[in-house]
Design a protein around this ligand. Structure first.
Ligand code: SF4
Length: 234
């Protein structure tokens, strides 16, 4: 990338906000979280609507890097989240974060295999969390996209290269019931996913894209955990 292109990228306001400190998002790491604008999904339960729908961010990569310089020795890692961080060319940003000595975790919906390949091949990401949104037959209903296969190829790639990553699914039983979750378990088991599969509860907030309300709790006794380690979050 030539210097002008790089400067241009570093100065674009692609970031909505950042959380200066968290111990919960990247397990074992004291982190900050960078919240990117926009998303290529419209998940019904998404409560990050302000990030998803906004056209312009409030911070550039350069501004975040300035903040990170002040956190060297205080933070271990940077979490790239959103919105959807993988919509952007993250290579230069990740390189500069790495130069400061931080680990990087990428939270993604898994649709940008090329970016994931590039970052993993170049050692510019340490951990990836992929939101596995729904079984194939419900993917469009929940995400308003037909990108199921894109997510699957990214999961397959990470399994193939033995990369450290997790799969997680947000559960609202109005949208996904035990049968659907078992179908997803079957899918990722067949892909030979050996990591922990995290099932996290939908959190009701004042607004979300589909105006989804809280649902009954999942019946854990009906979840098939024979071939996979399942962990429940929140
Ligand atoms: S929940 Fe869905 S719509 Fe919201 S940011 Fe994540 S992938 Fe995008």
């Amino acid at each position: 990338m030539n210097i002008n292109k790089e400067l241009n990228l570093l100065n674009q306001k692609l970031i909505y906000d950042f959380t200066k400190f968290t111990t919960t998002d990247y397990v074992g790491q004291i982190s900050c979280i960078i919240w990117f604008i926009k998303c290529n999904f419209r998940c019904l339960y998404c409560y990050n609507n302000s990030l998803v729908y906004t056209k312009k961010g409030n911070y550039s990569f350069s501004e975040i890097l300035e903040f990170l310089k002040s956190r060297v020795g205080l933070l271990d890692a940077v979490v790239l989240s959103g919105g959807e961080a993988s919509l952007y060319d993250l290579e230069i940003f990740c390189k500069k974060i790495k130069e400061l000595g931080f680990k990087i975790k990428l939270d993604t919906n898994g649709t940008n295999l090329n970016l994931v390949k590039n970052l993993t091949k170049k050692g510019l990401v340490d951990f990836i969390a992929i939101d596995f949104k729904a079984p194939k037959y419900k993917f469009f209903q929940i995400t308003a996209t037909n990108f199921y296969e894109k997510v699957i190829v990214t999961i397959k790639y990470l399994i193939k290269i033995g990369f450290d990553f997790e799969l997680r699914t947000t559960i609202n039983t109005r949208l996904l019931d035990e049968k659907d979750i078992n179908d997803m378990i079957k899918t990722i088991s067949c892909l030979d996913y050996k990591g922990i599969y995290y099932l996290q509860n939908f959190i009701e907030t004042s607004s979300n894209i589909g105006n989804i309300k809280k649902s009954r709790a999942i019946d854990k006794s009906l979840i098939d955990s024979k071939n996979l380690t399942i962990q429940y979050r929140n």
